[in-house]
Design a protein around this ligand. Sequence first.
Ligand code: HEC
Length: 158
Amino acid sequence: MLRYILAVSCLAWSVSVAAQTVDGSAIFKRCVACHQANGAGVQGAFPPLTRHLGPKAASVAGREYLIMVLSAGLSGEISVDGKNYRGMMPAQAGLKPPEMAAVLNHVLSTWNADTLPKGWIPFTAQEVQVVRDKYKNIRATDVRVMREKIPTLKTRSK
Ligand code: HEC
């Protein structure tokens, strides 16, 4: 019995590791209606996902925030590059943990590379799953409160 459980959990593990090779740029197609194909957003409506997210990916609180934006959505006023957005991002409920990790890694490495800390560790499906379980009942407005608690870290260019 124990051997069976081990075999099954090893299988689940290897499937989830394999799934981490999901193409983040393909997943990003779900985001372009709002954030645009180049991630620049639409001023006043949809915030850019460029050049300011590196510091958020550098702390535990910031990483939890980014995962929960996708998992629970985001609602309430935020400020990006001195511009305010008072929007509502729907939860990306159709995305599985490996897809969430892949799309976050795509956004960070494509448009935020200059602002990532040295030795930055990409998101994994496991990290996404753990954080989603930790915050499973929160709402989009709570995610905005998480944003305010992210420490401001100095990374390479900001
Ligand atoms: C229906 C439009 C819409 C879609 C689709 C959408 N977003 Fe958003 N997103 C928004 C809005 C609006 C905000 C800002 C919400 C606010 O003002 O509180 C936002 C905020 C964000 C933020 C927070 C930025 C910051 O500076 O804190 C991230 C990260 C993000 N989106 C990533 C994504 C990713 C990745 C996808 C695709 C998987 C996606 N979004 C799909 C509308 C959208």
